[in-house]
Design a binder for this molecule. Sequence first.
Ligand code: BG6
Length: 504
Amino acid sequence: MPDSPTPSRCLVVIFGASGDLTKRKLIPALYRLWDTGEAPRDLAIVGVSRTKYTDAAYREELYDFDPKGYDEAKWAEFAKRIHYHAGDATKPDDWPGIKTRMCELAKEHNTGDNVLFYLSVSPQFFEPIIQNIGSADIVTEGRKYCSIEPNASWQRIVVEKPFGSDPASAAHLNRVLAGVFDEDAIYRIDHYLGKELVQNMLVLRFANTIFEPLWNRDYIDHIQITASETVAVEGRGSYYDSPAGGAMRDMVQSHLLQVLSVVAMEPPVSMDAADIRTEKIKVFKALRVPQADDVPHIAVRGQYSAGTVKGSSVIAYRDNEGVADDSQTDTYAAMRFQVDTWRWGGVPFFLRSGKAMAEKKTEVVIYFKPTPHCLFLDRTQEMKPNQIVINIQPDEGIRLRFEGKVPGSGLKMKEVVMDFDYLEQWQTDPPDGYATLLNEAMKGDQTLFKHRDEIESAWDAVQPVLDYWKKHPQSDLPNYAAGTWGPPASDLMMQKDGRYWRNG
Ligand code: BG6
């Protein structure tokens, strides 16, 4: 993100150290930052969890998990900074031990009193851990807490999703956090904001003159934001089928509305975190909160039955362990949003996400309006609307689709594509979102993290749909086969408006 200071030395304290996220994402991300020299040299990491490990056993366990593979010699060097503390951070009695260990490690690795807490635990543990951090008198913001040496220290907290499961629980969690940390020390993470192509949208829009003049209701017909996944629910059945689960909560309320806010925001005064967040918050505040009567027209719930995804058979959602036989959980959700501002008046934003779908893709498609007068209708079957397709993943890139002339005599047209392919252009894969976000949190840059107002307004916009769905069980579930593009009702919602999802 914008020029910010390099990260200052710090101790990263990960709660949920033996969990999947820590092993698969956080440690690989910290290793890469260390390897590239982006992480501070005085860095230490301590994992806190109930499982008993020695430092050595913990390091060994972590080593096996990086999908890209660690370099053995570099890992050996990096791993000296990784430690483990067996303890239950939800129990006040375990905190004297946790704090003592933190201070010992701070001395050993010269991290001063700077601490980055990372809550990578189930959401029911957020509140007790935050409160115990508060009671342990570690959040001193400027004062030293370990009596290491006089310094201006910082203590920050990164909070994973899910951030609440409705407006009330999200507001409550925000109050709990505010009781211990200042807003500028709270990093509510959304790994979609760490994705290169999401950040690239800021550059596309605000570093070029050719797109922004068209980026409004005068030229844009509608916008689609899709995150289709081929993975099914697999081992996560009991979490996914809980009152906090489902595609609307898991993906739309969080990741996809964040993407929408970047697409829809006004140009910020500067690229500083505060200015960017100010504009994003305005978008969230302008999201129309639907009435219950609107819900059947603007939202679609889906659930997958057995099917085949990319040649492999997938069992029906309801046949997963931990999932109720008559589950009403949405493994697919689509919703039409409205951003009530001058720029976007009348332009619908269609968001959808689902598990066990035909293809893995996350993209934003800007559909432009037709030309005011069509000169070519007699020469072609159909004129496709101009589109800007922002491929967030995979095949990262930005593609402009427009009509071109087919070679030869006569004026035959065909859709052609101007293509910015990330890999081809930069000869490298985009960095992992978690590395970007951890780096920003260590630097103290909140641009890519969510403000409390964004989260609360996002919940307000989807809660009427969740309430309606709860009140009105749907008898046709499951309503799409694994390996397809979701329920027909979702296509119908679009077709009523004369629009179509961009599949494939
Ligand atoms: C997580 C959701 O936040 O994002 C998962 O909880 C989902 O259900 C994942 O699979 C998708 O992330 P990505 O980066 O693969 O699109």
